[in-house]
Design a protein around this ligand. Sequence first.
Ligand code: GLY
Length: 277
Amino acid sequence: MSTFNVELKKVVDDSYDIEIGFSLEEKLILDLKAGLVGNIKKYVVVTDSVVKDLYGEKIHKLIETAGFKTDLIVFEAGEKSKTRETKEYVEDTMLSKGYRRDCCIIAVGGGVVTDLAGFVAGTYGRGVPFINYATTLLASADASVGGKTAVDTPLATNLIGMFNQPQKVYIDIAAWKTLPKRQLSSGLAETIKHACLASSDFFEYLEKNIDKIMAVDKDVCEKVAEENCRIKYHVVMKDERESGLREVLNLGHTVGRAIETVSDYRLLHGEALAIGM
Ligand code: GLY
């Protein structure tokens, strides 16, 4: 009998930028041309049936015009699509279109899209890079940042997934203008959660500026997105893999996720989270 020791010590640098701004589609293209993901020239845009018409097709066309190989993969909008079956659909479509390991996935949409596409990226060809282009307040505060990716199962949400950090996150505040008010409120719940966890000043700021947030005032919403990132990353940079501290970010989530599931997703994530809190 013998033992062979496999020495595989690793130094990992998963640092990345989160760019917060208004209408960042052209900036994304400039970054791709400038080598954001190295020499990669193949981009799969993953989006849902609602975001497709608003931003997905536009981004796909811009990437095509820039001379890259690209395809747009669309699945039905809504939490009910965040499943292993949808993951399989995205993977099989990518395979049938000839994508191998030399591609990058660009998730364009809210949390369902970024969670699912980030998970596909983590396992496709044993891992390809991905970029999040977040179009909702909720995704800017939660799913698109922090590196948690997952799909739901019939038993509960987010049970199958992985920690996988994107190459970059774009938070497009202009996209919040096309959100139904109910979706904006849902995103606000996650924002209020961050304020409750970390900053009474931010809580007061939200109280004072609630009308401006709902009207998607550029400066106020940029400040909201920045504060959400600052509070969340203060935790994530210390405990990326939730071995302790990061559990504070689950305030309202654990109960909220259960409520969301038993409501059969009639409640939006933020609404369930608010009840959970
Ligand atoms: N949504 C909680 C977290 O990102 O850890």
